[in-house]
Design a protein around this ligand. Sequence first.
Ligand SMILES: [Zn+2]
Ligand SMILES: [Zn+2]
Length: 364
Amino acid sequence: MSSKMRALVTYGAHDYRYEEVEIPRAGSGEIIIKVEGCGICAGDLKAFKGGSVFWGDGKKPPYLEVPAIGGHEFVGHIVEIGEDIDKKETYGIADKEFKVGDRVAVEQIAPCGTCRYCREGKYHLCAPHNVYGFKNYLNGGFAEYAKLTKESLIYKIPEDMPLEQALLIEPYACSMHAVDRAKIEADDIVVISGAGCLGLGMITAARRKNPRCLIALDLNDERLKMAEEFGCDRVVNPAKEDLEAVIMELTKGYGCDVYIEATGHPSSVKQGLEIIRKAGRFIEFSLFLEPVTCDWSVIGDGKELDMHGVSLSYGCFPETIRGLYSGELKSDGVVTHRFELCDYEAAFEQSGSGAGSVKVAFTF
Ligand SMILES: [Zn+2]
Ligand SMILES: [Zn+2]
């Protein structure tokens, strides 16, 4: 193989360059894959647009360490395996034996293995928090080849799994973790706010818990149609229907048992606090561009809510791979657009516009 590859390299906000770079080589415990495709995450888009979470705000140092190759939602085939791969430091849930030609997916975080969180098994909260695509020593999938480091959590995936399914493994694993945090029971009325890729992943994961009623909210009717196909009992466009009236009627005036916030809009937080019942479970998944303000006393004195945050995809890769492959987790039509890497500007624009697109991916 030639020693150069095409890659989309991040130099700064709005400064991404399509370049030829050296193909990475596998050191001890490392694996090189030929990337088949890589989805564009909301985080990648926010980094492109200069979000302060990624580039710092004068007080916080930037999370991004550039130049770096973006993308963490990628899959590919192993082309090179470093020595001592059998001694690779990894967690019980990841696969341990690999050979050239295996098709694999990788978790977005490469946990250090030594911090307090890693030692307690909560590797997804790892203190250094190194995620693919945001660090120059952890280049992601916006390139023809990628190096999977020895700390990475790597999983084999079936050779005949369609690429449109494989590209959803990472986002759907995050969705599944959100649903796990909600501890849904048979009698619950569950509201999922936001029916983008992650919301749809939550809907199809939540359907398997068979709650009494599963409701999706979105301002986009196309997405609500998909939400229905993915198993929602009821969908509501809050711009067109009186959401509070709908929920109160369904719940005899009490409010929903579970509210999962997956829109990234502050108004969805306020709305959730209004329609959730006392002692309900409020699950927060989103990354917001700005701080959210709301009436905090609703959480305590008002309703004694259980508030649960969600970060990444803790322990959910194996079940997500199995569920997508078996069709139990619905994914038809979620990957709406595929772009060549050189058309990255159009890809980011499509991903950001939301018009007619759910998941946008680069494929090779
Ligand atoms: Zn992502
Ligand atoms: Zn750690």
